[in-house]
Design a protein around this ligand. Sequence first.
Ligand SMILES: Nc1ncnc2c1ncn2[C@@H]1O[C@H](COP(=O)(O)OP(=O)(O)O)[C@@H](O)[C@H]1O
Ligand SMILES: [Mg+2]
Length: 340
Amino acid sequence: MATTSLDPGEGAAAETAPALLEVDDLSVSIGGNRLLSEVSLSIRSGELVGLVGESGSGKTLTGLSLLGLLPANASVRGSVRFDGVDMLRADGERLRRIRGSEISMIFQEPRASLHPSRPVGKQIVDVIRAHETVRVADARSRAVDMLGLAGLPNPRRTMDAYVHELSGGMCQRVLIAMALACGPRLLVADEPTTALDVTIQAQVISLLRRLARELDLAVLLITHNLGVVSALCSRVVTMYCGQVVNDDDAEQLLSAPQHPYASALVRASDVNLDQPDERGGITGAPADPARPPAGCRFHPRCPHAEDRCTERMPALEPAPRGGRTRCLRSSELALPGVEA
Ligand SMILES: Nc1ncnc2c1ncn2[C@@H]1O[C@H](COP(=O)(O)OP(=O)(O)O)[C@@H](O)[C@H]1O
Ligand SMILES: [Mg+2]
C-alpha cells in the first residue's frame, strides 16, 4: 500500500491498462450543422485528462456525449464506449443507472446545479437513493462523509444549509461530494473552477487531485485554462473547430507542443507568466465548426500554413514525439511552448 503516484511502475501499468472510456470517430450534428467531427479520445482508469480549446470548439458537447446527454435532436455517428457499454445507443434506463454511479459530471455554475429551496444534504441523499436501495439514515451518513471528504469544514452543519448560505467554492465542493457519492469511476468536470476566485480555483483543483488518487477516479477536466490543466492532468486533448487536433502528455504540450494551435494556446495562456508580452490571445477568430474552412481547419490562423494546408485535411496521426497530432507539417516544425 506504500506506492505513491511517483512510483515509476504505476505509470507503465496504467499505459497498458484497457481504456475505461473510448470515444471513436464521434460526429455530432444538430439542426443539420455538424458540430463535432470524428472526435477520438480515450481515458484509462484513474487517469487525469484535460480537454482544452477556445470557446465553441466542442468541449461541452464532447463531455455531454460521454454521459449520453446530447440534445434529443442531435444526430450522432461513431461510438462512445464506457466499460464496454455503448453510451450513444444504450436505453434510457441503463443510461440513468450509469450516470451518477459510474460517470458523473459537474459544471461551471455550481449554484445553478443545486436546488435553491432544498437543503444540500437532502439533495445528496436523493442522488444516493436514486441509484441504490439504502435506508435514509445510511444515505445521510454517507452524504456527511462525502461532504467531509470534499473538504467542507463542518459537514453535519452543511447538510442542512441552503445554496444561498454557501459561497461559490463551497457549492462546488457540495457538487463534487454529490457527484462522487455513488462511487463513479469517471468524473467529467466542465469548467469547474471558471466561476471561482483564483485562490478557490487552486483549492478545488487540489481537492480533485486528492480525490482522484484516494478514490481511483478518472477525471476529464474540460477547461480553456491551461494553468488549471497543468496543475491536474497528465495528458491533454486539444480541440479546435469540432475536431481533436492534438493529444499529448501535459509536459510535452507545455514545453514543446506538436501542433501550431496547441502552441498558440500555450503561448497565449496564464502558464506563460515569464513572457507576459507574448500573451493576449491568438490572432483571428475561431472557425465555426458548422462552416469549417477547407483543408486544415486551423490554416487561416496558422503562421506555418502552406498551400497544401489549404487543400488537404490532415488526419489525427501519431506525432513525432509521442501522442497524436493533426498537422501536415508536424515532423518539420519546432514549435515554441513555455519555459519550464
Ligand atoms: N444545443 C445546441 N444546439 C445548437 N448548437 C449548439 C448546441 N450546443 C452547442 N452548439 C454549438 O456547438 C459548438 C460547440 O459548442 P460547445 O461544445 O458548447 O463548445 P465549448 O464547450 O468548447 O465552448 C458551438 O458552435 C455551439 O454554438
Ligand atoms: Mg463549454
